[in-house]
Design a protein around this ligand. Structure first.
Ligand code: CLF
Ligand code: SF4
Length: 293
């Protein structure tokens, strides 16, 4: 890797396979609202942009989030990255998300800031992201074809209107691709997350991988749809299954021909704390942090 990129990834546990053994990340759940609807989301829980659907995260104000981040950083020295990944879409909550980033870049300049988004509001947010020295942005891209997208996204909220169907998917896809290009032009590393939905976008994700690579995405993370009855339904129907581990691996292998693939994602929750795969969130809930003071 060129030095400039190595500097950005060596201590980011999601962007470097190596790093995830030694460096930790934490999420603060400051972003409750969302501007789109995904069929696999039931809104009561975390965004599966990044997070395991079906978990309720501790929702914080920006001030509480800063307090929590500083307390965790004081207790977990390997904590290098603070991410905002839900429970809704961070960029659909710009005041809360950017207030958190602004305070942290002043009070804890050594912590890297990271964000994950569905991409609808990304183009209008790129300047602000760059202002906070954000080097890592994840966009969840499940389709590049509006006909496929329409099967995944029933509607978006766009220019004060609810738009449905193929038209909605086309706008979302255009915004995602535009945002991706704007970020890579500025040297911001982009990871693309895709949710693999058997029979809906599984074959199509190979094309997604080729296209995002050609636009400069650094890493592609294909995650399995987690479908359990209590997490809601897909298309309003019970029984949309998630992929088998072997199907997921075959797709990751097929994409790996032209793209760096992330294979160590743990689909962490919107308030996760610690090394990937170890969740220490329970040790650092707000009441426990207040009790430490
Ligand atoms: Fe969080 Fe996401 Fe940043 Fe990582 S998680 S906002 S890029 S700091 Fe990482 Fe978790 Fe997988 Fe996300 S393991 S769900 S890829
Ligand atoms: Fe749910 Fe996330 Fe989709 Fe919004 S982007 S509808 S929070 S899964």
């Amino acid at each position: 890797l060129p030095d400039e990129i190595r500097d950005k990834v060596y201590n980011h546990p999601c962007y470097s396979e190596q790093a995830h053994h030694y460096f930790a990340r934490m999420h603060v759940a400051v972003a409750p609202a969302c501007n789109i609807q995904c069929h696999y989301c039931n809104r009561k829980y975390d965004c599966s942009n990044e997070s395991r659907p079906g978990v309720v995260s501790e929702l914080l104000t920006p001030d509480q989030a800063v307090k929590k981040t500083l307390a965790v950083a004081a207790n977990i020295p390997q904590m290098t990255v603070l991410g905002i990944a839900g429970p809704g879409d961070p960029l659909a909550n710009p005041e809360r998300t950017f207030a958190t980033f602004r305070m942290l870049s002043e009070q804890a300049p050594d912590i890297k800031l990271c964000v994950s988004t569905n991409g609808l509001a990304l183009p209008e947010s790129v300047d602000e992201l760059a202002k906070h020295n954000i080097d890592h942005v994840t966009i969840t891209i499940n389709a590049v074809d509006p006909d496929v997208g329409a099967k995944i996204y029933p509607w978006i909220f766009w220019e004060n209107k609810r738009i449905k169907g193929r038209e909605a998917a086309a706008i979302l896809i255009e915004q995602q691709q535009k945002g991706l290009q704007m970020l890579t032009e500025r040297g911001i590393l982009v990871k693309v997350n895709s949710v693999m939905i058997p029979g809906v976008n599984d074959e199509h994700l190979k094309e997604v991988s080729r296209i995002v690579k050609s636009k400069g995405a650094f890493l592609h993370n294909v995650m399995p749809l987690i479908s359990e009855a209590e997490h809601g339904t897909f298309f309003g129907l019970m029984g949309q299954r998630g992929p088998e581990p072997e199907e997921l691996q075959n797709l990751q292998d097929a994409c790996a021909g032209d793209m760096n693939m992330m294979r160590h994602c743990r689909q962490c929750r919107a308030d996760a704390v610690g090394l990937l795969g170890e969740d220490r969130g329970e040790e650092f809930t707000l009441d426990k942090i207040e009790a430490m003071e």
